[in-house]
Design a binder for this molecule. Sequence first.
Ligand code: C2R
Length: 220
Amino acid sequence: MERLYKVTLHFYYPLSPVPYPLFPISYPLFPIPFYPFSQKNCTFAFSNTNTMKPRVTIIMGSTSDLPVMEGACKFLESNEIPFEMLALSAHRTPDEVAEYAKHAHERGVEVIIAGAGMAAHLPGVIAAMTPLPVIGVPIKSSLDGMDAALAMLQMPPGIPVATVAINGAQNAAILAMQILANGDPMMMERVIRHKEQLKQKIVKANADLAAIDTYKFKTN
Ligand code: C2R
């Protein structure tokens, strides 16, 4: 719910009988309690409306996909990329999917991540109706996720869905960040930093392996 908050601060300050630079001299003669006090009020107003515009939409076919799709949310959050989260279904809410897909780019959205399980038509249907790149996340909810993966991978020529691994929501968010990084130097820095962190993980892994000294025939 939208709320407007107002905070008023009341400032009371002594009116010095002499100019303030002379205050140290006048203070012993006229201590502050003898000064007349003046008051000023300052009001700050702020609302709880979120003014950030989403650059990425994370859509899921059902909230049962949320535990997987949170992998994408967490990655975007940690990289300070504004995103919105929606549940839409090409099967259950076809009109709403069309309404969303046709207008997402007009609202400033740049990349769409769509996760769905089973007969996962959602990303393909969105891709058919938007000029934006669509990244599909096949959700493992039946047949080990192969049904959803094939539905996304096997898009007909002309309507691509960039499909990540089954339950690979974090990779979808990384890919979204890489798309955003084109023409956005700050975002490109984040992509480079992310790659650097991956490298550091392997550097540490090698240090940990080198520290193992329980084998007589281990040479490093
Ligand atoms: P429920 O748990 O709501 O029954 O959904 C969802 O993504 C979910 O993985 C079961 C599964 O159905 C998927 N679903 C789709 C679509 N809508 C919902 N694949 C769609 O439009 O493609």
